[in-house]
Design a protein around this ligand. Structure first.
Ligand code: PMP
Length: 408
């Protein structure tokens, strides 16, 4: 696992072609999909030859796989400090998990207009009340409170950390606001869970969702965890085998399971679930607090280095937000985001994302409807990687100034 021990990620040291020859790849796209932890790869490789059907077979491997799958739920519960009677439903990803909850909620949902489309569009379908983001975080919290106070809502659905700016939202306060007005709260933890500890019990969070592929586990599995009553009270999200306790002749009468199985019809993604559990255990063992400290230092350096370059603007939603996960989104005056991203990749072997990050309303709100560049990082990132990004953007801006006759 190299020098990083449990924190080692797959693909470290991979070289990629650039116009200047082979260089070590610098992955600055963790917020899209983080590389798998090597510890996760090892555990899954060990489990791979041993699987058989889940909840269906009587054979030894079926029993073993069923046991491991159920243990994965317990690991997720441990990871987010869920209440004893919370349900953990394995889904395909965060988008799927939010759609599942939206399927179960009766009553209004309140959302903020900074959300990733995954936490906006499922609610819009059922007539969500969208609150406009205000100039400061404090004012935004007040606007949310006013919206919840003016008419009853069933749910406040809100992100734990912005996938565009990395800004972390004050979960405890938001929970207080929701609960004061009789609403529950869903935290979209797709960006938060890989970086900060979640504690559903002490924070009073009713539901949380996240994706394996952002949590150092492979693609294909996500999680909805939270209170069971709404989930058991709704029609199954998917109809089919595994969700049913009893089906009468011609399928006329169906008795559905309660519990997670109710919404998990069909054969589940066992390896995806095991991967999430393995990643969750490693992150807990590494300690979010320590990881957070290292990350804030890298984030500060990246932001400060980029902000010092002429024409670079760092995207921020609020001047008064305090915490941030490893994401820095920026624009460069006179150079399109796509051109910046291509230059970083083609010339320097640095992988970033450009565009509107599935958060079109937020990009418009921030005054960049044309998009931005996002550099996001995680466990495999070093100070040297951060310096590479700063040096590469500096070089690009200098070259642009030289060719366009602008004096930096
Ligand atoms: N919410 C947030 C905050 C995200 O960053 C993302 C992924 N970019 C999603 C939801 C959707 O995640 P997925 O694509 O895994 O469903």
């Amino acid at each position: 696992r190299g020098t990083r021990g449990l924190a080692a990620v797959a693909g470290e040291g991979v070289t990629v072609p650039t116009t200047r020859g082979e260089v070590t790849y610098a992955n600055f796209d963790y917020a899209a999909s983080a590389p798998a932890l090597t510890a996760v790869v090892e555990q899954i490789t060990a489990a791979l030859p041993e699987y058989a059907s889940v909840h269906r077979g009587a054979g030894h491997l079926s029993q073993l796989t069923t046991e491991r799958y159920e243990q994965a739920r317990t690991a997720v519960k441990r990871f987010v400090r869920a209440r004893l009677d919370d349900h953990v439903v394995f889904t395909r990803n965060t988008t799927d998990a939010i759609n599942l909850l939206a399927h179960c909620v009766t009553g209004d949902t309140v959302v903020l207009d900074i959300e990733h489309h995954a936490n906006l569009l499922p609610w819009k379908r059922s007539g969500a009340r969208v609150v406009a983001c205000q100039p400061t975080l404090e004012e935004t919290l007040q606007a949310l409170e006013a919206e919840l106070a003016c008419a009853p809502a069933a749910l406040l659905a809100i992100t734990g950390a912005s996938n565009v700016t990395g800004e972390v939202l004050p979960i405890r306060r938001l929970t207080g606001i929701a609960h004061r007005h009789g609403a529950r709260i869903l935290v979209d933890a797709a960006q938060l869970a890989p970086h900060r500890a979640l504690n559903l019990t002490s924070h009073g969070v009713d539901y949380a969702v996240f994706s394996g592929h952002k949590l150092y586990a492979p693609f294909g599995a996500g999680v909805l965890v939270g209170r069971g009553d709404w989930l058991d009270g709704a029609q199954p999200y998917l109809a089919g085998g595994g969700a049913t306790a009893d089906v009468s002749d011609h399928g006329a009468d169906v008795r559905w399971h309660s519990g997670p199985a109710r919404h998990e019809a069909g054969s589940p993604n066992v390896l995806g679930a095991l991967s999430i559990a393995a990643a969750a255990d490693v992150l807990s063992a590494l300690g979010h607090d320590r990881l957070g400290l290292d990350e804030v230092a890298l984030c500060d350096r990246l932001e400060e280095g980029l902000a010092a370059i002429d024409g670079v603007e760092i995207l921020r939603i609020w001047p008064d937000s305090e915490d941030r996960v490893g994401i820095v989104a920026f624009t460069v005056t006179g150079i399109a985001p796509r051109a910046v991203a291509e230059y970083l990749s083609d010339t320097h072997g640095i992988g970033v994302r450009d565009g509107r990050f599935c958060a079109h309303p937020l990009l418009s709100h921030l005054g960049h409807p044309e998009g931005a560049v996002r550099a996001s990082f995680g466990l495999g990132t070093s100070v040297a990687d951060v310096e590479r990004v700063i040096a590469a953007v500096t070089e690009l801006v200098d070259a642009h100034a030289a060719t366009s006759g602008v004096h930096a």
